[in-house]
Write a protein that binds this ligand. Structure first.
Ligand code: NAD
Length: 501
């Protein structure tokens, strides 16, 4: 019997156990299991759904400003507990503390945006659309909504979803990643403290069994998903087949184009953070540089090699570490396998991070930064999402060649161009088939009051995550047409279709 502390669920405002299966939660810097997470069974998820459904009528009728105030309170609590939350993220995800702080801050900005919900729900009104007839559209809450989130942003990605969903008057079931569940659950506890009524937000930890229950349950009206593309596709197909509104954000392979006229020193600095920050475990990371011209490629590589040599790999708790470990042992082995495969397929490995050892953390999942030159479109390391600290340089001759490569790739999450040429930048932003585009900005992650989403196989569904799209995703439009004729005015019988002719 394990003596490790367990991470359970939050249902109906109470921390609960539920489900007989459990999984280890590892500290990736030490390779040791430090907690056990309970994996919800069908009955546990059904209990969460029943609690959410019971809380819905009163919450839906709570004035939007009062719902928004809970978000304001939560923002203050999240700021006050930032150190605790980020320590939990680092202990289970592995990312360095400063990066965890950045993720939490981006999450808080989504909470802040959700507190503007009365403005977003104001609707549309038209007077006198016909004789004594007024018409208006309002945005009504859906009911029970759900979110399924990935390991790589355990605080931020859930905060993309449920604050706006509940601010709009819905109740919510969150199924976080089973690999790093603690910070997500802690934030949900703080939401209760902020004044969210019991049952409005429920957290069920678990795996496929929990997800499948959400996907098929008739009371769940909408599902937001963020994770890998194969699972996103499954969630979208299954959720839609069960009549739900679904947005499913998937994987990525983001290209950064460097033009011959770019400020190479700036581009190199930007690429370092975008490729190796968070150990490359970001859906907006840059794993590919497309250098236009051999001179550009040589200059970028020379700069990257100098900067990589300065990087410090170590535990996320050490403030001097630039990059922590990968999240789990299987993921570490998978990423290392991609490096082996890149070598076998003929790419030139210029910096090999496979031998990195971190003193005192010999069992941790540390992989040093890797840099490949001569990566070609047919190679596995070009095609597949690696989700690790592996950067590949692709050499092309023209901007158009670079853009054709990007457009041919199955993913279309993010991309960027480094240039001083406004015409080239404008042509790129205008035409590239990607959802989020940067110009001299390596990680063009939209701020909380814009929406986030990729194109092609990086997003299944129509509306993007957070921002204004979220207020539409978590509500349905109702249009009301109302006549109040003056006393004594009678309309005659009319068989033609009413119009304004
Ligand atoms: P994942 O797809 O393995 O897991 C995501 C969620 O799905 C987890 O909650 C997990 O429990 C659940 N899940 C896993 N397998 C399932 C199955 N067979 N049936 C039902 N549910 C299942 O993703 P991950 O490894 O946690 O996260 C990394 C991936 O997420 C990367 O591909 C990354 O690009 C992607 N991601 C995308 C975005 C975006 O906005 N597009 C943001 C962050 C991460």
């Amino acid at each position: 019997m394990s003596t490790l502390p367990t991470v359970g669920h939050l249902i109906g405002g109470k921390l609960t156990q539920g489900g007989t299966r459990q999984a280890d939660v590892f500290n990736p810097a030490t390779g040791q299991a430090e907690k056990r997470v309970l994996l919800a069974d069908k009955a546990t998820v059904e209990q969460a759904i029943a609690n959410a459904q019971a809380a819905f009528p009163a919450w839906r009728n709570t004035p939007p400003l009062k719902r928004a105030r809970v978000m304001g309170n939560l923002k203050v609590l999240l700021e006050a507990h930032a150190d605790q939350i980020c320590a939990m993220i680092t202990a289970e995800h592995g990312k360095v503390m400063s990066d965890a702080m950045g993720e939490l801050q981006r999450g808080i900005e989504n909470v802040e945006y959700a507190s503007y919900v009365p403005e977003l729900l104001k609707g549309e009104h038209s007077k006198n659309v016909g004789p004594a007839i007024d018409s208006w559209s309002e945005f009504q809450a859906l009911g029970v909504t759900a979110g399924i989130t990935p390991f790589n942003f355990p605080a931020m990605v859930p905060l993309w979803m449920w604050p706006m969903a509940v601010a709009c008057g819905n109740c919510f079931i969150l199924k976080p990643s089973e690999r790093d569940p603690s910070s997500t659950l802690r934030i949900a506890e703080l939401a209760l403290e902020a004044g969210l009524p019991p049952g409005v937000l429920n957290v069920v930890n678990g795996d496929k069994e929990a997800v499948d229950t959400l996907l098929t349950h008739p009371l769940v009206k909408a599902i937001s998903f963020v994770g890998s593309t194969p699972i996103a596709e499954y969630i979208y197909a299954t959720g839609c087949a069960h009549g739900k509104r679904v947005q499913a954000l998937g994987g990525a392979k983001n290209h950064a184009v460097v033009m011959p006229d770019a400020d190479v020193a700036n581009a190199v600095n930007a690429l370092m953070g975008a490729a190796y920050g968070s150990c490359g475990e970001r859906c907006m990371a840059i794993p590919l540089v497309v250098a236009v011209g051999d001179e550009t490629a040589d200059a970028v590589i020379a700069g990257l090699k100098i900067e990589i040599a300065k990087m410090k790999v170590g535990p996320g708790t050490d403030a001097t570490s630039d990059m922590g470990p990968l999240v789990t042992k299987p993921h570490f082995e998978k990423v290392r396998g991609y490096v082996d495969q890149g070598v076998a397929e003929g790419a030139t490995l210029l910096v090999d991070g496979r031998g990195v050892k971190v003193e005192g953390h010999e069992e941790g999942y540390f992989l040093g930064p890797c840099l490949f030159d001569n990566v070609k479109p047919g190679m596995t390391i070009y095609q597949e999402e690696i989700f690790g600290p592996v950067l590949g340089v692709v050499r092309v001759k023209t901007l158009q060649e670079a853009m054709d490569l990007i457009d041919a790739h199955e993913y279309g999450n993010g991309t960027c161009i480094f240039t001083r040429d406004g015409e080239a930048a404008r042509y790129f932003t205008d035409n590239i088939q990607v959802g989020m585009v940067g110009v001299n900005v390596p990680l063009p992650v939209p701020v909380a009051y814009h929406s986030f989403g990729g194109w092609k196989r990086s997003l299944f569904g129509d509306l993007h995550a957070y921002g204004p799209d979220a207020a539409r995703f978590y509500t349905k439009r109702k249009t009301i047409t109302q006549r109040w004729p003056s006393a004594g005015v009678r309309e005659g019988t009319m068989f033609s279709f009413p119009s304004s002719k």
